[in-house]
Design a protein around this ligand. Structure first.
Ligand SMILES: *[C@@H]1O[C@H](CO)[C@@H](O)[C@H](O)[C@H]1NC(C)=O
Ligand SMILES: *[C@@H]1O[C@H](CO)[C@@H](O)[C@H](O)[C@H]1NC(C)=O
Ligand SMILES: *[C@@H]1O[C@H](CO)[C@@H](O)[C@H](O)[C@H]1NC(C)=O
Ligand SMILES: *[C@@H]1O[C@H](CO)[C@@H](O)[C@H](O)[C@H]1NC(C)=O
Ligand SMILES: *[C@@H]1O[C@H](CO)[C@@H](O)[C@H](O)[C@H]1NC(C)=O
Ligand SMILES: *[C@@H]1O[C@H](CO)[C@@H](O)[C@H](O)[C@H]1NC(C)=O
Ligand SMILES: *[C@@H]1O[C@H](CO)[C@@H](O)[C@H](O)[C@H]1NC(C)=O
Length: 616
C-alpha cells in the first residue's frame, strides 16, 4: 500500500450507516445532487459532497481528473474517475478508476461504450484505440478502464511487495509446474487410482500455497479486498455512464472472456439501464457466481478436445515442413496425439531441465506445465506455428521455448511500473460463493475434492486437459480469502433478464465453435436464458474469443450491431485462416475494399493487443 493510501485508510470514518441503501435508491439521490449542484468544470461533475459531507478530506465521488495528453495513449483523453468505494455505504470512502477515452469523431455521438479485455485482471485503458473504433463505430466514445484492483486504478490488489517477490513465490511450485499426471488414460482402474493419488498430493501443496497467498493478502491489503467483486464494477460503469453521458443515459459495453461475465452481470443486474452490449468468448455466469472455482473447469473445457483434434488434423494436413510435430503429411491425428502423450508421460517421470543463455531463467519443464501450455496455445491460433516448433524442440530435448513461455507468462509484469498481483483472486473470490455456502451446501473443498473434480473433468469432458487449467486461469483457495463473503454486494442472478425487465436492445453473444476455454455451450446457455433479449452469432473456427482469428463476417456483424442493425439469431460466420503458414510467406494482398481491409487489419491489431494484455 502506498503512503497516500495508508493515510487515506487511517482517516477517521463516520460509523457505518445502520440501514443499507439499495443502489436503486442511492443513485437517484446521488444524481439529484450531482445535477443540482452547479460547480462542474468540463467533464468533472460537481462532487457529491452533500452526501459525503463527513468525509470531505477524501476525493469527491463523481469528480473526474484528467491527465496531460502526454501521459495518455495517442489520441485519447485519460485520467481517473472518483467513485464510491461501496455504493451501499458512503463511509467506506472512494475509489479511483483509471480511464482512457477515445472520443467519437463522427457526429452525432451515440454514447459511450465501455471496454473490457478479460482476465479478470486485464487492464482496459489501452483498448481505447482507433482500431477499436473501426470495429465498434466512430460515432461512439470508447472508454477503456482498469476495473477495481487493476493497474492504475486504486485501491489496487498488490499483496506481495514486488513482482519479483510474487514470481519467487510461484517459481518451481505446483502453481508454476501445473498438475502432473502419469497418464491421461484412465480406462484402467489401477491407473486411475494412481492418478488420483498423484493429484491429491499435488492438491495439498496447491491449497497450502493458496492459503499462504491469502494470508499475505490479508496482511498487506486487509479489508481493502472487499471492494473488488464484479458487481461493484457494474455499478462503476453505471456511475461513469451517467457522469459522461448524462442522467439516465444507457450503459453500452463490449467485453471478451471474463468480460463476458462482467457483461452478463451488467445486463442482469441493471436490465433497465443497458443499451448495446456485446460479449465474446463466453464463460458461464451461473457457474461462476454459484459454484466454487474448482468446479468451473468442467464447464470451461467442453470444446477443448474438439479444438485439440482440429489442431492436430490441421497440422497433419500442413505436413512436417510447416508443422514439425508430424512425421509425414496426413499422418493420422491419433498417432500424433499418442506421441505427444508419451512425451508428457516421459516428462512425468523425468522433468526436463532448462538452462543456458536462451532461458529467461533456468528451471524445469514438467509434464503438468507442458500440458497447461498446450491448452494455452490452443486458445491462440496465431501462435500455433510457434507452438509446434516449441513442442518439436522440447521433444528433442530442448525445452527452452516452452519454458520461456511459462516464465514470461508468470512474471512479465516485471517490466511494468505498477505492481499488482493476485487481482484475479481478488475478483473471483468476491464473486464466487463464500465457504460453506456454495450451491450444494458443501464444506471447504479439500485436496481430495479437487482431485475428484479433476478426474470427473477428465472422464466427462477432457481426458487430456482436465487438470491443466490452473496455470492459465489462476483460481482456487477462495475458502482462505480474507474478505470472502464480506463484499458490499454479490450477484447470483437471476440470469434471464427480458424486455419486461427493461432491456430494449437484445445483447449480442459471440461464440466460436472451437473455443477451448470458453465453449459455445456457455454462449448457448445465456442465449437460452434470454431467448428474446439476446442473439448469438457463431464463428465457425478455433481459438479463444472471435478476435483470436480475424474474420470480416463477424467483425461486420458486430459493427452493424452497434449501428443498430441486429443479426439474425444463430448467424454462422465461416473462417478462413492459414494456421501453419509456409515459413517465408509474405502478406497476401487481398482483393478486399479499402474499408474491409482496414476493418480486418483493425480486428487483427485489437485481437493481438487483447492477447498481450491477457498474458500478463
Ligand atoms: C497500466 O496502465 C498503463 C497506463 O495506461 C499502461 O501503459 C500499461 O500498459 C498498463 N499495464 C498493463 C499491465 O496493462
Ligand atoms: C488406454 O489403456 C488401455 C489399457 O489399460 C488400452 O487398452 C487402451 O488402448 C488405452 N487407450 C489409449 C487411447 O491409449
Ligand atoms: C456448472 O456447469 C456444469 C457443467 O456444464 C453443470 O453440470 C452444472 O449444472 C453447472 N452448475 C450450475 C450451478 O449452473
Ligand atoms: C535451445 O533452444 C533455444 C531457443 O531456441 C536456443 O537458444 C538454445 O541454443 C538451444 N539450446 C541448445 C543446447 O541447443
Ligand atoms: C427467471 O429466473 C428466476 C430464477 O431462476 C425465476 O424464478 C423466474 O421465474 C424466471 N423468469 C422468467 C420470466 O422465466
Ligand atoms: C439461436 O440460435 C442458436 C444457434 O442456431 C440456437 O441453438 C438457439 O436455440 C437460438 N436461440 C433462440 C432463442 O432461438
Ligand atoms: C519461399 O517459398 C517459395 C515457394 O513456396 C520458394 O520458391 C522460395 O524458394 C522460398 N524462399 C525462401 C527464401 O525460402
Amino acid at each position: 500500500m502506498s503512503k497516500e493510501e495508508m493515510a487515506f485508510v487511517n482517516l477517521p470514518l463516520q460509523p457505518p450507516r445502520s440501514r443499507r441503501l439499495s443502489p436503486i435508491l442511492l443513485l437517484p439521490v446521488l444524481f439529484l445532487i450531482l445535477v443540482t449542484s452547479n460547480l462542474g468544470l468540463g467533464y468533472g461533475w460537481p462532487s457529491a459532497s452533500l452526501l459525503f459531507h463527513n468525509t470531505w478530506q477524501q476525493p469527491k465521488a463523481g469528480s473526474v481528473k484528467w491527465l496531460p495528453a502526454s501521459s495518455c495513449n495517442a489520441g485519447t483523453k485519460c485520467g481517473s474517475v472518483i467513485v464510491p468505494k461501496d455504493y451501499f455505504d458512503e463511509s467506506a470512502g472512494t475509489a479511483s478508476i483509471a480511464i482512457s477515452v477515445l472520443k467519437a469523431t463522427k457526429l452525432p455521438k451515440k454514447g459511450t461504450v465501455f471496454l473490457n479485455p478479460g482476465g479478470p485482471g486485464g487492464s482496459g485503458t489501452r483498448l481505447a484505440a482507433p482500431q477499436f473504433a473501426d470495429i465498434i463505430g466512430h460515432d461512439w466514445d470508447l472508454l477503456g478502464f482498469d476495473p477495481r484492483g487493476i493497474n492504475m486504478t486504486s485501491p489496487r490488489v498488490a499483496c506481495f511487495d514486488s513482482q519479483p517477490d510474487f514470481g519467487l513465490f510461484n517459481a518451481n511450485s505446483v502453481l508454476e509446474k501445473g498438475f502432473t499426471i502419469s497418464t491421461s488414460n484412465l480406462s484402467d482402474p489401477v491407473a486411475k487410482a494412481s492418478v488420483e493419488g498423484e493429484l491429491i498430493a499435488q492438491a495439498r501443496e496447491f491449497l497450502a500455497l493458496k492459503k499462504a497467498q491469502a494470508q499475505v493478502c490479508a496482511e498487506t491489503m486487509g479489508d481493502e479486498l472487499k471492494y473488488m467483486g464484479t458487481a461493484n464494477v457494474v455499478r462503476d460503469m453505471d456511475f461513469m455512464t451517467q457522469i459522461f453521458d448524462g442522467k439516465g443515459a444507457k450503459i453500452n459495453y463490449w467485453g471478451a472472456s471474463y468480460g463476458s461475465i462482467l457483461g452478463a452481470y451488467l445486463v442482469n443486474m441493471l436490465p433497465h439501464r443497458v443499451g448495446y452490449v456485446v460479449i465474446d468468448g463466453i464463460a458461464d455466469p451461473v457457474n461462476w457466481s454459484t459454484e466454487p472455482s474448482h468446479k468451473w473447469p468442467i464447464n470451461w473445457l467442453a470444446s477443448t478436445e474438439k479444438t485439440y483434434r482440429f489442431y492436430l488434423e490441421t497440422c497433419s494436413k500442413a505436413g512436417p515442413a510447416r508443422c514439425p510435430i508430424v512425421k509425414y503429411q496426413n499422418e493420422p491425428y491419433t498417432d500424433i496425439m499418442a506421441r505427444i502423450e508419451s512425451f508428457f508421460d516421459d516428462l512425468a517421470v523425468t522433468p526436463l531441465p532448462v538452462t543456458g543463455s536462451g532461458a529467461l531463467r533456468p528451471g524445469i519443464l514438467t509434464s503438468g506445465s507442458a500440458r497447461a501450455l498446450l491448452l494455452m496455445y490452443l486458445e491462440r491460433p496465431p501462435l500455433w506455428a510457434e507452438s509446434v516448433l516449441a513442442y518439436a524442440e522440447a521433444m528433442r530435448g530442448n525445452g527452452t521455448i516452452l519454458y520461456n513461455k511459462l516464465t514470461s507468462l508468470l512474471s512479465s509484469r516485471a517490466a511494468s511500473n505498477t505492481h499488482y498481483d493476485l487481482v484475479r483472486l481478488g475478483v473471483t473470490c468476491m464473486d464466487s460463493p463464500p465457504p460453506l455456502q456454495d450451491a450444494l451446501g458443501l464444506p471447504e473443498p479439500t485436496a481430495e475434492d479437487l482431485a475428484a473434480e479433476f478426474i470427473r473433468t477428465m472422464d466427462l469432458v477432457s481426458p487430456h486437459f482436465g487438470p491443466s487449467v490452473s496455470v492459465g486461469e489462476q483460481d482456487g483457495g477462495c475458502q482462505y480469502w480474507p474478505t470472502a463473503g464480506r463484499g458490499p454486494e454479490r450477484f447470483t442472478g437471476p440470469w434471464n433478464a427480458s424486455f419486461d425487465d427493461g432491456i430494449e436492445i437484445p445483447m449480442l453473444i459471440v461464440s466460436n465453435t472451437m473455443d477451448p476455454i470458453t465453449p459455445i455451450e456457455s454462449g448457448l446457455r445465456i442465449n437460452s436464458l434470454m431467448p428474446e433479449s439476446s442473439r448469438i452469432i457463431i464463428q465457425d473456427g478455433p481459438g479463444h474469443c472471435s478476435l483470436a482469428i480475424t474474420t470480416l463476417c463477424t467483425a461486420k456483424l458486430v459493427r452493424d450491431y452497434y449501428a443498430g442493425k441486429l443479426p439474425e439469431n444463430g448467424t454462422i460466420c465461416a473462417t478462413d485462416y492459414d494456421f501453419f503458414p509456409p515459413k517465408n510467406e509474405t502478406e497476401v494482398i487481398s482483393m478486399l475494399s479499402t474499408e474491409d481491409a482496414r476493418l480486418l487489419e483493425s480486428t487483427k491489431v485489437i485481437g493481438s493487443l487483447i492477447e498481450d494484455i491477457r498474458q500478463r
